[in-house]
Design a protein around this ligand. Structure first.
Ligand code: NZQ
Ligand code: ZN
Length: 392
């Protein structure tokens, strides 16, 4: 077991009608001029944005709005947001939406609170020394960005998708009303469930120090998400299932399911970020499409964990060799992905990748991780290419 630091400063307000407390919370955290940042318009169509702006007006809190954060949010809009905040004297950011709006807001916050080009942080050139305070109203359970220290931004030039992590970027509050996720397309709900699972699995498949309590939390979380993801395929308006998934999303990426290990593997995410950058696919679907190929490539190097996963999470009977059981666990998860209509390879993802694309992605991925990365198995550029090839 490794030592760890666990820091989750975000105040969570969870349940029906939670968004009615937005103005009160902004005030409590010292906000007086707010930038409300959102995505492509779902919060306009659902009426949520109007409810939020009405409540701010009623409370006498002034605000400006900036929509347009796209899935795989772009650096150009971040620059625009930084300029707007400076011009308007904004002192608080409110992201209303999913990971894309939240991550874009975090980047705007870094840009306002620090001199120089905000991309430097995502390019690992320097570290942020602060961030504008941020609050979140979550509309999709997926990335866990509402409680995580991460933000992922895509630079248009060269389609480079990079993450930056800093405690400064953790949100002050996260409003989570599961009802707000009921307008999601089924595909996005399933993408979210996949991403949630993957945040715990990235921490679970390691060769470095594990704790029984962490494993038990992780396995329980994974089983809970799978059960409720299948309920949502049949019954998307099921409040309890929405709530289980939403809370799992936050717990999956706030550090809880990684306490005591070596920090996790994270290579499925790194490989997916190349897919998201190049083909603009939904993050969760990209993860599902690559995971099986990654798992088959690494499982022999992390056999005890794959064995445990197969039995404790996927319910595989412990009969046969360890390798056979581990492989059955991988197949069982792919079967689950199919049941919730997620892809299990690039073709099903709708990506027709050329060999040149795969080489480019493997190279960019290797550069992005500084040469080699992975705890289940250390992967270098040639390994990344082999996984991309196997996922076609
Ligand atoms: O943009 P709008 O119109 O709001 O529509 C969105 C978008 O099309 C829609 N949507 C969201 N809530 C809705 C809704 N539609 C109807 N009703 C609702 N209630 O769903 C689509 C996806 O939204 P998005 O915010 O892009 O999804 P997600 O939360 O999955 O975020 C994905 C981004 O986060 C990054 C991903 O790489 C990707 O760029 N990640 C961020 C992480 C973090 N900050 O910790 C970790 C993750 O691993 C991930 O990399
Ligand atoms: Zn993710």
């Amino acid at each position: 077991m490794y030592g760890f630091q666990y820091y989750t400063p975000t105040r969570v307000i969870f349940g029906k009608g939670a968004e009615s407390r937005t103005a009160e919370l902004i005030r409590a955290f010292g906000g007086s001029k707010v930038l409300i940042h959102y995505g492509g318009g779902s919060v306009v169509r659902s009426g949520l944005l109007k409810r939020v702006t009405d409540s701010l007006e009623a409370a006498g809190i002034s605000y400006v709005t900036l929509g347009g954060a796209v899935p795989n949010p772009r650096l150009g809009l971040v620059y625009e947001g930084i300029g707007l905040c400076r011009k308007e004297g904004v002192d608080f950011l409110l992201a209303v939406g999913g990971g894309s709006a939240i991550d874009s807001a975090k980047a705007i916050g870094y840009g306002v609170a620090n001199e120089g080009d905000v991309w430097d942080f995502y390019d690992y050139k320097r570290k942020a020394a602060g961030c504008l305070p941020l609050g979140v109203i979550l509309t999709i359970a997926a990335t866990g960005s509402e409680m995580s220290d991460s933000s992922v931004i895509t630079k248009e030039e060269g389609l480079v998708k990079r993450g930056y992590s800093s405690d400064y970027g953790r949100s002050k509050f996260a409003i989570m009303n599961p009802e707000l996720t009921m307008t999601l397309p089924d595909y996005q709900t399933a993408c979210g469930c996949t991403d949630i699972m993957m945040h715990t699995m990235e921490r679970y498949f390691t060769n470095g120090g594990n704790m029984e309590i962490t494993d038990a939390l992780a396995e329980g979380l994974l089983r809970t998400v799978m059960t409720n993801a299948e309920i949502l395929v049949r019954d998307p308006q099921n409040y309890d299932a929405r709530a289980e998934v939403m809370w799992a999303g936050s717990l999956s990426h706030n550090g809880l399911t990684g306490c005591g290990n070596d920090g996790g593997d994270w290579m499925t995410h790194k490989l997916e970020h190349e897919l998201g950058g190049l083909y603009d696919v939904a993050h969760g679907a990209g993860l599902a499409a690559i995971w099986g190929s990654w798992a088959r490539y690494v499982y022999q190097h992390c056999l005890p964990r794959f064995l445990r996963f197969a039995v404790n999470v996927m319910g595989v009977e412990p009969e046969g060799t360890d390798e056979e059981i581990a492989l059955k666990g991988i197949e069982a998860l792919e079967d689950f992905f199919r049941r919730i209509h997620m892809p299990t390879n690039l073709r099903e993802l709708g990506v027709n990748a050329t060999e040149e694309d795969l080489v480019t992605m493997a190279h960019k991925c290797a550069v992005g991780v500084g040469g080699a990365m992975g705890s289940a198995r250390l992967l270098r550029e040639e390994d990344m290419l082999a996984i991309f090839r196997a996922s076609r």
